[in-house]
Ligand binder design. Structure first.
Ligand code: ATP
Ligand code: MG
Length: 401
């Protein structure tokens, strides 16, 4: 079938209220970005809808790019044809021929934007439906609950015929809900948390704590690669690399072994919060999932989270590991996450980390460290290395030939 045009539907919320225009503009910006490798594609905005005119580009390649546009609810590939009835009938037959599993019932839903078109929608539905009924004896019309709905849009210059509705990533346009810091380890979870936060309209900046030389240069590269994959959904992502070795080694010497992770995590939150203030970010996103490890029991999360004042967003909190892993595979971070390089904490894991830390005990220990810890936190913030990570672009279509 000639898939000439893709019809895009933005999320339901984008269609309401004052935000509509802003959301549409933000989605269009993202579309322009992901469609850069396809110079022949044009974006058109008409009758409250967005259309991509493929201009000869391959449908499947363009559709893959659409999975990176948050706020896109669904899309449909459409056949374009002229406005003569016979042409539209041919396109309807073509669209039907494309359907893999043939339905028993169908309906035609015509929509007429062009008021000069000689048939009204009732007549059109009948005439176009008739052309299928003639050819397929077992097929029946069911206007209430059809297995297949073939939609026909009559526009000023042309008609569009489509039936397939492909789900997009959904959510809100990137950045439409503000900015947040993503605590990004090298693991499976935090990249997924970052993706979910971005899908909800947050622009994220990644923060990674490394303990060089206990953690290798390759562990850093892994985090850069993860950020690059996430940047495929955002255009570019700022990554802050925080030197954490001094704080970590000193905490290991000075605090009770079973509270080490708790204390380390609190320091991480404090550093992230200071970075957030500089970047005017208003939330911290983590990959925590309830009960997954000792530091993610409810009492642990309470004591760790108490070190932060910004809202903590934990998109994975109620998900199972299998669900998180499936998402990581879908968004493309999984193969990078499972590379073996240590992230900083695994090297400092105590024998029996507390699953039920006492907030008073933790605060008492921190008071003993008042001489050096706040200063060490400030130093870590000062010495943070900031980089800007851009996605790997798919090759320009022209260069494939
Ligand atoms: P992940 O798969 O994201 O590493 P995890 O299940 O290993 O998560 P933890 O190691 O307990 O869980 O970490 C919980 C969260 O703390 C992570 O999801 C991440 O948001 C943050 N975090 C942990 N280590 C680091 C790090 N080195 N740099 C930045 N953030 C980190
Ligand atoms: Mg981890």
């Amino acid at each position: 079938m000639n898939k000439d045009i893709i019809l895009l539907r933005l999320g339901e919320l984008t269609l309401k209220g004052r935000n509509r225009h802003r959301f549409e503009t933000q989605v269009q910006q993202q579309l322009k970005r992901v469609l850069q490798p396809f110079p022949s594609v044009t974006i058109r905005h008409e009758y409250g809808r967005v259309y991509l005119d493929l201009g000869g580009s391959e449908y499947a390649a363009v559709a893959r790019q659409l999975d990176k546009v948050f706020g896109l609810h669904s899309y449909s590939p459409a056949i374009r044809c002229g406005l003569r009835l016979e042409e539209i009938q041919t396109s309807v037959r073509e669209a039907f021929a494309e359907i893999q599993v043939k339905p028993r019932t169908f309906k035609i839903s015509a929509r007429r934007v062009n008021k000069k078109f000689p048939y009204d929608t009732y007549e059109l539905n009948r005439l176009l439906g008739g052309t299928l009924l003639e050819q397929h004896e077992d097929l029946q019309v069911d206007v209430h609950n059809p297995e297949l709905d073939i939609r026909v849009e009559i526009r000023e210059q042309e008609a569009l015929v489509f039936s397939e509705v492909v789900p997009g990533p959904g959510g809100f346009p990137l950045g439409s809900n503000g900015k947040a810091m993503l605590m990004l380890s090298g693991g499976i979870d935090s990249p997924v948390a970052g993706w979910l936060a971005m899908r909800k309209g947050l622009r994220v900046q990644a923060v990674h704590f490394h303990s060089f030389p206990y953690t290798s240069e390759r562990a850093k590269l892994k985090v850069i690669d993860l950020t690059r994959t996430l940047a495929g959904y955002a255009g570019k992502i700022t990554l802050h690399m925080v030197p954490f070795t001094d704080i970590q080694t000193r905490l290991k010497q000075e605090c009770r072994d079973n509270l080490l992770i708790t204390m380390m995590r609190r320091a991480m939150f404090r550093i992230t919060e200071q970075l957030a203030a500089r970047q005017e970010a208003l939330a911290i996103v983590t990959g925590e999932s309830l009960g997954q490890v000792a530091s993610q029991t409810l009492p642990s999360m309470h004591v760790i989270g108490a070190a932060a004042t910004l809202p903590l967003i934990r998109p994975l909190i109620t998900l199972d590991k299998a669900e998180i892993t499936a998402m990581a595979e879908r968004i493309g971070t999984y193969p990078i996450s499972i590379l073996p390089y240590e992230d900083c904490c695994t090297l400092f894991v105590p024998k029996s980390p507390s699953t039920n830390p006492n907030i008073h005990a933790v605060e008492r220990q921190e008071r003993y460290m008042e001489e050096w810890l706040p200063e060490a936190i400030r130093t870590a913030v000062e010495q943070t290395e900031t980089m800007y990570i851009v996605p790997e672009q798919p090759e320009k279509e022209d260069s494939l030939f």
